[in-house]
Design a binder for this molecule. Structure first.
Ligand code: GDP
Ligand code: MG
Length: 597
């Protein structure tokens, strides 16, 4: 019965306890029988380690309230800034959201950005204050912040400890009583919204959907409205911790469908599924296609692993439609891929997954954003996201770079540090800073996206002792005076180390690159000049002095096994080296060594 269904999500800033709360809900509804220590919804190792739920999941629970059984569909959402697009799609499948706020951290950037998305979608908000086991009394400031943001009363906020299970039944009761059942017409033509897709090597692509109107039956012919393609629903079902296949899924409910689709690009999250014979006249909503914002190249450390890398990236993409890639080659690094990511965190996660899940060591080059380049002879611009494609300066008219509006939330004592960091990153403050409460402020800056991809996140955390968080939105392209930095090692141009930077930073960064490289590249039998040029002029240089010693010299006449060990160690080390001309360059020299730790 549609009246018994509640569709909801949990929204929170990262680490505020969303996954832990999800575990407790599964436990208290007996969806899982025994208490498991691990976080059940985060099935990838990596997610657990980073504490980020990367992919959205859906789980169905049953809960008895006033002697009636309710069906609760939890749609889990990821919590990081790069994954806002996933949050918005989960939100679109729900009528309500549990807003989790860590009482020790209070409201942070993504608390607000996710909450405003939920409010825009007219979701009912159930605010909970988590981790109360850590405090004897609850701070009024935190309560006031939540009340202000949500527009609720003090008694609407449920204090819980997701860790200890305190207050969980209260949350479940509120889900039943406060979140409305889905509206929808069971007799109307089918309209189901796709909110996620997962790749399964045996079954192909599984699509997760929520039915707005009508129903889906096993074997039904389905039409995807954005592509017009038709598929058969071979298998449909609901998701508990396992898949449970069904013959029919009704209005308002959440489920999965398997229809033999092999290619992730055929499935668009946010698209509407309808009946092929009796189609709905229009889609539920226009879906937004997400665009990659950050670009970098990925090469195998061991160049023999190119084919492995290709098949691994292809597989990754099946689970991660936001990842784009195309083959490229460079004299320095051989064959690899130029990839597009949603943001810098997404990029790092892709690299980690390649290394851990697919066991391939990769070189990830310094990230870039996408520039609009206008030439003298042409009105239209070129989109350039790879510095090696950057045209010669004489032909260049002007360049535009992407800008974002960054919202930063921090304690007022860090405002000075935050302002100077943002100004250093070419930010311009927008409006005044805004006191959210007596101690917490919000500041907004317009900033080039390229300044965020380097090391902004790390720096922001360190200058605020972890008490600043941020979120950003793309706002458009602006004119910018950019220069291409070119690196020469032993007089050879190393294209993968090229970089586009603002004019004001060219000298500083050129020097820094020289210094870093002179440390990263080991000594050779000869001396190695490292030079950086901007617009054809060398503006920085360092020299790596030669060395004379052979590594085995020190075991002169000695133990042969020790000698062999040393040579083996050296050979292993060599695998991570790239030979360019006569110089061996460690792969770390191609990665983002400019990132400040
Ligand atoms: P998420 O990033 O929002 O999914 O957060 P997690 O559920 O992964 O929790 C982040 C950290 O907070 C983990 O180390 C949890 O064990 C811890 N945590 C979550 N809930 C509570 C709680 O109620 N009390 C305490 N003390 N720790 C909690
Ligand atoms: Mg989590």
């Amino acid at each position: 019965m549609i009246h018994d269904i509640r569709n909801f999500c949990i929204i929170a800033h990262i680490d505020h306890g969303k996954s832990t709360l999800a575990d407790r809900l599964l436990e208290f509804t007996k969806t899982v029988s025994e208490k498991k220590r691990s976080q059940l919804l985060d099935d990838m190792d990596l997610e657990r380690e980073r504490g980020i739920t990367i992919k959205s999941h859906a789980v169905q629970m049953e809960y008895k309230y006033n002697n009636k059984i309710y069906i609760l569909n939890l749609i889990d959402t990821p919590g990081h800034v790069d994954f806002s697009y996933e949050v918005s799609r989960s939100i679109s499948a729900c009528e309500g959201a549990i807003l989790v706020v860590d009482c020790t951290k209070s409201v942070q950037a993504q608390t607000i950005s996710h909450l405003s998305l939920a409010l825009k979608n007219h979701l009912i908000i159930i605010p909970v204050l988590n981790k109360i086991d850590l405090y004897d009394s609850i701070s009024e400031d935190v309560m006031k912040e939540i009340m202000e943001l949500v527009g609720c009363k003090m008694e609407d906020i449920i204090p819980i400890s997701a860790k200890n299970g305190l207050g969980i039944n209260h949350v479940l009761n509120k889900i039943v009583t406060r979140i409305p059942y889905p509206k929808g017409d069971p007799k109307a033509p089918l309209q189901a919204i796709i909110f996620d897709s997962l790749y399964n090597p045996f079954r192909g692509i599984e699509i997760l959907f929520r039915i707005e109107n009508g129903c889906i039956r096993k074997g039904q012919k389905l039409r995807f409205m954005s592509t017009g393609k038709i598929y058969s629903a071979y298998e449909i079902g609901i998701l508990k911790l396992k898949h449970i296949s069904k013959n029919k899924i009704n209005t308002g409910d959440v489920g999965y469908v398997v229809s033999g689709i092999k290619n992730a690009s055929e499935v668009k999250v946010g698209d509407t599924i309808t009946d092929a014979q009796k189609p709905a006249t229009k889609a539920i909503q226009k879906f937004k296609e997400f665009k990659p914002m950050v670009f970098a190249s990925i090469y195998p450390v061991d160049s023999d692993k190119y084919e492995d890398l290709r098949s691994s990236i292809e597989k990754l993409q099946l689970n991660d439609a936001a990842l784009s890639f195309s083959p490229e080659s460079s004299p320095a690094l051989g064959f690899g891929f130029h990839c597009g990511f949603l943001g810098f965190l997404h990029m790092e996660i892709v690299k980690d997954r390649l290394e851990r899940e697919y066991d391939i060591s990769v070189i990830l080059t310094i990230p870039n954003v996408s520039y609009r380049v206008y030439m003298n002879n042409n009105q239209k611009f070129l989109m350039i996201n790879n510095p090696s494609d950057f045209p010669e300066t004489e032909k260049l008219k002007r360049i535009e770079e992407p800008y974002v509006l960054v919202s930063i939330f921090t304690k007022d004592i860090y405002i000075g540090n935050v302002m100077s960091l943002c100004i250093e990153k070419r930010g311009i403050m927008i409006g005044n800073h805004n006191y959210m409460t007596s101690k917490r402020i919000k500041i907004m800056f317009e900033m080039p996206l390229s300044e965020i991809v380097f090391d902004f996140y790390d720096k922001l955390k360190s200058i605020s002792n972890g008490y600043a968080s941020f979120d950003y939105n793309f706002i458009g392209y602006k004119n910018s005076d950019l220069k291409k930095i070119t690196v020469w090692i032993n007089h050879e141009k190393i294209e993968p180390l090229s970089l586009l930077v603002h004019k004001t930073k060219a000298l500083f960064l050129s020097r820094k690159i020289c210094q870093e490289l002179s440390v990263l590249i080991p000594k050779h039998q000869f001396s190695i000049p490292i030079q950086v040029s901007v617009s054809g002029r060398i503006i920085a240089r360092e020299t790596i002095k030669s060395f004379r010693k052979n590594v085995t010299d020190k075991c002169y006449g000695g133990d042969i096994s020790r000698k062999r060990k040393l040579l083996e160690k050296q050979k292993k080390g060599k695998k991570k080296m790239r030979q360019i001309g006569k110089v061996e360059i460690p792969s770390s020299a191609f990665m983002n060594f400019l990132k400040v730790k």
